[in-house]
Every structure is written in C-alpha cells, then in structure tokens.
Write a protein that binds this ligand. Structure first.
Ligand code: GUN
Length: 283
C-alpha cells in the first residue's frame, strides 16, 4: 500500500484563512485579539519558535508582543509579570515559552497563568477539563493532531492507538483526547519492553520521541495511520521525524511528513486558541 500523505501545511493554511476572517470580525466588533509571549534567556531554538509565533499572528491579524527577560530573572519577577497580564483586559492569551532557566519552577509559572488566558492548555484546571471531556483550551500539538485526523475523516473509535512518548505537552494529552473519542489507547515510553511489538499492533501510531528514524516498517501494521511528531535535525541540516518515512509509507494508509506535517498545525492551533480566548469563551 502506498500511503496517503496528511498535508499539515495545506490544512494549516486553510485553517489560517478562517482564523483571519474570525480576527477581522472580532476587530470590527472592537476586540483586538492579543497574544503575549514571555521568553526568559537566549536559547536559540526558543527564540526561533517565538519568531515563528510572531510571524503567524501577524499574518492572521492577531496582535502580538513578546516580553524578553534575562535568563537570570527571578521567579518572583516572572510570576509578578504574569499576574499583571492576567489583569490586563487587552491581553487575551499568555504563553510562557518553555523550557525555562533551571532556577525557575515551571509548574509555578504554568499555574500562575489564568486558566482563561492559558492558550497553551497546560494549566492543571485545563488539563482536568480535558481529562473529564469538558471543553477547554487544548494543548496545541495534540489539538493539531486531532484536527488532522478529523479533516482526513479518520475515525479513531474502537481503534488501537499507540502513543510513543509520555510528555505533558504531547504524549499524555493526545492519548487522553484519543480515549475521549473512544480509541483504545496504549502509552509507550523509554522504559517500555517490546516497544516494536506494541507499535506493530497500532491502527493509529503517534510518535513523539525525538529520535530520528527510530520507527521503521517492521514496527508498522499494514494500513496503519502514522502521525509523526518528531522534529530531528540531521548532521546535514535536514529535518526528519521519528519514523523512517519512505519505508513506513509503503505499509501505512496515511502518514504525516516531516517537515510539513504536524509542525505547521501546532502554531495554527495556538492562533485558534487565542481567537477563542478573545471571544471571551472562558470555559
Ligand atoms: N516549548 C516547546 N513547545 C512549547 C509549547 O507548546 N508551549 C510552550 N509554552 N513552550 C514550548
């Protein structure tokens, strides 16, 4: 079987057109959707992600600003700034770029953001809502994955979904969302024995590990749907996923490429969450 390619870039483009229309309508109604990003330190990868968010917001008409803090900022100063943003009515979404400098407790930071402005969907209140199947801000990558599956009419009901990776940002929430839609979910991680056997039994395989080409066709069931969240930079500068794309594509029914798969969807869902926050839909 030659797999259908799930084109995240094209889908993201289409969604961004709708988001742009929503933003324009909000502006006509006197609401300027605004996202504030806080970044602490000079990590080049984080800086580049933030630039990506800035570009995407500008393209859709969302107002954006970034608060650049030195790596040595104290936790108290960072939390105080978040509290100010919580009270600022012109700010609808707050995102603190991770990772943070080591002396800052990430969980304290996440919990200080008001749940109604938590466009990352990381606040425990929003995670709790996700776990209990209530409407909330969904974490952007899992939200993007579920949106891709829906756009390609891939039903997960009753299917065996195997999630490799148990991060709080991707693995855990995407498994929960799949469960909420009646998939049978198995989580695998770095300590899992017989990982290949689990992967090979998946109707839907989600890989969020960060290891180039760790999954090849041996670990893929004929006709499986493969969602590759990995973004691994090779020595020659090219990007590749966790899945060996060419061999996997021979067996899968659907597969996301890297790049142009999950990546473009993640920022798109951040835009969507920001618009949702601006609409005042406090969940
Ligand atoms: N760093 C890497 N991914 C993310 C993300 O989704 N949100 C935030 N805040 N930081 C990140």
């Amino acid at each position: 079987m030659a797999a259908n390619i799930i084109d995240g870039k094209a889908l993201a483009h289409k969604l961004r057109e709708t988001i742009t229309e929503d933003v324009s309508q909000l502006r006509q109604d006197g609401v300027i959707p605004h996202l504030t990003v806080i970044i602490a330190g000079d990590d080049p990868a984080s800086k580049s992600y933030v630039r990506g968010k800035e570009k995407a917001t500008q393209q859709t008409g969302i107002s954006f600003d970034v608060i650049d803090m030195p790596a040595a900022i104290s936790e108290k100063e960072l939390l105080d700034s978040i509290r100010e943003l919580n009270h600022d009515k012109s700010v609808h979404g707050i995102l603190v770029q991770l990772p943070l400098p080591e002396h800052i407790d990430e969980q304290n930071v996440i919990q200080t953001i008001h749940p109604d402005k938590d466009v990352d969907g990381f606040h425990p209140v929003n995670i709790g809502k996700l776990m209990s199947g209530q409407a909330t801000f969904l974490p952007c990558t899992p939200y993007g994955i579920m949106t891709m599956l829906e756009a390609y009419n891939i039903s997960v009901k009753g299917k065996h979904a195997v999630v490799i990776g148990r991060s709080r940002i991707v693995g855990r929430p995407v498994g929960q969302l799949l469960l909420n839609q009646d998939a049978t979910v198995t989580y695998c991680h770095s300590k899992t024995h017989q990982l290949t056997a689990y992967a090979a039994s998946a109707d839907i395989l989600i890989t969020a590990v960060g290891k180039a080409n760790m999954i090849n066709s041996e670990a893929i069931k004929e006709g499986a749907v493969i969602i590759d969240v990995g973004m691994n930079r090779l020595d020659d500068g090219s990007l590749t996923g966790d899945v060996d794309f060419s061999s996997a594509a021979e067996k899968a029914s659907y597969i996301t490429p890297v790049p142009k798969g999950v990546g473009p969807m993640t920022i798109t869902m951040l835009l969507k969450n920001t618009v949702q926050a601006a609409k005042g839909l406090s969940y």
